[in-house]
Ligand binder design. Structure first.
Ligand code: UDP
Length: 465
């Protein structure tokens, strides 16, 4: 194993990109050998999606499980419907979890052992990535498969993808989901892994065949803060509009036990300081509409146990008590995608107060359900939320602006009704997982075709030399 399997100390460019030793697979297969070797599914082109810390088969909303898990799972399933054999690789975090979860005939999650089989916060998992690479290679040779295309997600998987690229002849595609260069701007203390992360995030942009930005804003940020080099294509995320749909408000409220006269402000997401839940809580306490007496705040997501996100939840609960809004605030905990449409529809406004958001699935889920959104004027939220049409955009961490935005929507029912209609129309016309998968599928095909062309040209020039 490489020395990266030791402590996650700040690494140099040389050590950060060292291939783990004792790799079970050291030869670069020719692109011509990508003819399907799998005995089970010989008719399909296998591709690998890698999502080290975001298990596509995990329960969403728990600990660090959020948008990335949803993205990989939804994209994986949609790509399988388009004709690919999709294998989604993640790190195994629970011994009782099956190693392979078959989602559909051509789409599965494969959990690889890398480091202790337990939950490890993402900032501490890098040291096990060489083991992940070795386990991936072992899986490939055991199955007799070569994945000619690998799509990595988040910087940890980017590192894995970069190692695989050194060992195998692959086309590498990457989606960031979160960017160290942005994240570290707004945190008081930077984790020890920061330097390595920034290095990997630059390297993947410059070396991958293509980076997928989920919004034009993310592309700008990458070019501005990470590197001017590299190929970026914008392919926005989607949502499942069959699930996230408008349900009659009265029906949703009756199901959840809310009264028709309640005014409901909703937050959905992980408990993470970057999500800015404290801004929302302070804004809610400052809302003028609160004097009417029937205003409620629902803060959904997070685990109830003493896990990594619980600290942030406790901080938020403490703030709620300090601001004397405990009686009006509900913490329903983790909500499934089956029940979430009822919460979105029951709400009058959904607030996304993130400090930064590369895309922000919650905003489009809420809009798909016909709920106006008040969001921070950052990242992908600037792309998905159209101010004055589907909701409002306000400066991040600005308590007064959030309070005013919520008050405006709550106190003008006629306008709110218009926002609701426009919000669901915007999502159904622009954001579907099938649409995102079609664009990705097209990108993969172009990259694979190009690599075959390149190899032929190279062989030709060699035979002439
Ligand atoms: N989510 C969920 N249940 C919860 C909280 C969140 O299913 O209790 C889901 C939410 O519906 C969305 C994802 O987690 O699909 C969060 O994605 P987003 O892009 O908004 O944030 P991220 O987690 O990527 O920071």
């Amino acid at each position: 194993m490489s020395q990266l399997n030791g402590q996650p100390t700040a690494l140099t460019e040389e050590t950060a990109f060292r291939v783990p030793q004792n790799s079970v697979y050291s030869e670069r297969p020719s692109i011509a050998s990508f003819a399907p070797a799998r005995s089970k599914v010989p008719d399909r082109q296998p591709i690998a999606l890698i999502s080290d810390h975001g298990d596509p088969a995990a329960e969403i909303g728990k600990e660090e499980a959020g948008g990335q898990n949803v993205y990989v799972r939804q994209i994986g399933e949609a790509l399988a419907k388009l004709g690919w054999q999709v294998d989604m690789f993640t790190r195994k975090t629970n011994p009782s979890d099956p190693s392979i979860v078959q989602h559909s005939p051509y789409c599965r999650t494969i959990r690889l052992a890398a480091g202790p089989i337990e939950f490890i916060p993402r900032d501490r998992v890098f040291q096990y990535m060489p083991e992940f690479v070795a386990a991936f290679q072992k899986f490939q040779s055991k199955e007799g498969t070569n994945y000619p295309l690998v799509h990595s997600n988040y910087w940890l998987s980017a590192w894995v993808g970069l190692q695989l690229k050194k060992m195998n002849n692959i086309q590498l595609v990457h989606t960031y989901h979160s960017l160290g260069a942005v994240k570290y701007q707004s945190v008081a203390s930077v984790p020890s892994i920061a330097q390595t992360r920034l290095l990997v995030e630059k390297q993947i942009l410059e070396s991958a065949e293509c980076v997928v930005a989920t919004s034009p804003q993310e592309r700008e940020t990458l070019q501005e803060l990470v590197s001017q080099q590299g190929r970026i294509e914008v392919i926005p995320c989607g949502t499942n509009t069959e699930n996230f749909r408008s349900i009659p408000k009265a029906q949703a409220r009756a199901k959840l036990g809310f009264s028709p006269s309640d005014k409901i402000v909703l937050y959905v997401g992980r408990f993470d300081p970057r999500k800015g839940i404290d801004t929302l809580v302070r804004a809610f306490a400052a809302c003028k509409t609160r004097s009417e007496g029937n205003l409620k705040l629902i803060i959904a997501g997070g685990s109830d146990q003493e896990r990594s996100d619980y600290q942030e939840r406790q901080r938020i609960e403490q703030l709620v008590r300090e601001l004397n809004i405990a009686e009006q605030t509900l913490f329903p905990g983790l909500l499934s995608h089956e029940v979430l449409p009822f919460y979105y529809t029951a709400a009058d406004v959904c607030v996304v107060p993130s400090h930064y958001e590369p895309f922000g699935l919650v905003a489009i889920e809420a809009m798909a359900c016909g709920t106006p959104v008040v969001a921070s004027n950052v990242g992908g939220l600037k792309f998905t939320v159209i101010p004055e049409e589907t909701g409002l955009l306000v400066p991040p961490q600005n308590v007064t602006a959030f309070a005013e935005g919520v008050d405006r929507i709550l106190s003008d029912e006629l306008w709110a009704r218009k926002l609701r209609k426009q919000a669901s129309a915007r999502v159904s016309q622009n954001f579907s997982w099938t649409g995102a998968a079609i664009q990705l599928s097209d990108l993969y095909r172009r990259l694979l075709a190009q690599s075959i062309m390149d190899e032929r040209l190279w062989n030709l020039s060699r035979s002439r030399a």
